[in-house]
Design a protein around this ligand. Structure first.
Ligand SMILES: [Ca+2]
Ligand SMILES: [Ca+2]
Ligand SMILES: [Ca+2]
Length: 333
């Protein structure tokens, strides 16, 4: 049963001792895409970790797969001139933070109230004595340590630093963050004694995490990229296979993808809408990690993660109209 081959845990200190590499980013020319009255912009990173062939030396393939799924929706586009800024696997913590600045307040492409910023991180997470953060979180935090994203060069972003980055957007911008790493739930409810805190303090923030503040996140062992945790596998599948003829709300995106409370999720959603023959959907969840979606506002206000393909709503309306007309004609005859 245990095909989870390794943990995204802070204990993997060896991954943090590598040489600095040259950094590339394809963010040149990224422009927020407007759709349905909102601008959308993503910055995505999944660091690769040095040390040779291993489960964690090519996580950028997972970032690319997620971006490919996202770009099947009308409001997201990859590549130059698109609105998905994909950082290379050798990106540093500074690269990730710097890639956000054009879209923050005062930036050349600053997002405005009601727009959606999407930040994606998949990689190692740290807490406790392995974390570069300070001790000082208090209840409702589950541990006193700050939690951190760890990059391969090595460099890191603590939850306090990331909170500051999210606070740098214009008021009213929605910040939607996916953090797939050990202890990622610790990016919420920090409540630091020094007055700082975690993402719960930044208005209009949503955070999807793969673990609680006290948990490691495990790889799923499922191909084609066996290093992806199950939540990430399912999120990628949801992007590709959810019905594209209507908006995909973030709440629905999470609910279709979530693995926490697996029985609840299995009962709540119609499995018949899932792609036939896709074994990934029937994978049994061991319950060894706990995904959650955290938000500090009503999700009804959200523009959603996926917008329908242009014209699809008209096509659906036309189809319903034809159906009604057919019934009318049958009634007449
Ligand atoms: Ca903590
Ligand atoms: Ca903190
Ligand atoms: Ca924290």
């Amino acid at each position: 049963m245990d095909n989870r081959i390794s943990a995204w845990s802070a204990g993997l200190a060896g991954i943090c001792a590598a040489a600095t590499m040259a950094v590339m980013s394809n963010d040149a020319g990224a422009v927020p895409l407007r759709f349905g009255g909102h601008a959308y912009q993503a910055v995505m990173v999944a660091p690769n970790y040095p040390g040779g062939p291993a489960f964690d030396d090519h996580l950028d393939l997972s970032r690319a797969a997620f971006a490919a799924g996202l770009s099947t929706w009308a409001n997201w586009r990859r590549g130059p001139g698109g609105n998905i800024d994909e950082l290379a696997g050798n990106a540093t913590a500074a690269d990730f933070l710097n890639a956000m600045t054009p879209y923050q307040a005062g930036g050349a492409q600053a997002l405005q109230a009601g727009d959606l910023f999407f930040g994606f991180y998949f990689g190692h997470g740290a807490t406790g004595p392995f974390s570069p953060g300070n001790v000082g979180e208090q209840a409702p935090a589950l541990s006193v340590w700050d939690e951190s994203m760890i990059f391969g060069n090595p460099s890191s972003i603590t939850d306090d630093q990331f909170t500051a980055a999210m606070g740098a957007f214009n008021p009213g911008v929605f910040k939607f963050i996916i953090d797939i790493s050990c202890f990622s739930g610790g990016f919420w409810n920090g409540n630091d004694v020094n007055g700082a805190g975690d993402l719960e303090q930044v208005p209009r923030t949503i955070l999807i995490v793969s673990s609680s503040e006290l948990q490691s996140t495990y790889t799923s062992g499922i191909g084609p990229r066996p290093w992806e945790p199950l939540l990430l596998v399912r999120m990628i599948n949801t992007l590709f296979f959810a019905p594209h003829n209507r908006n995909l709300s973030i709440a629905e995106f999470y609910a279709r993808s979530a693995v926490a409370g697996a029985a609840i999720n299995a009962n709540r959603f119609d499995e018949s809408t899932l792609p036939p023959g896709d074994a990934l959907w029937s994978e049994i969840v061991s319950g060894d990690f706990d995904s959650s979606m955290l938000a500090n506002f009503s999700l009804d206000e959200l523009p959603g993660i996926g917008a329908p393909e242009p014209g699809s709503e008209a096509l659906v309306a036309l189809g319903l109209g034809m159906l009604a007309l057919g019934r009318l004609q049958r009634r007449k005859s």
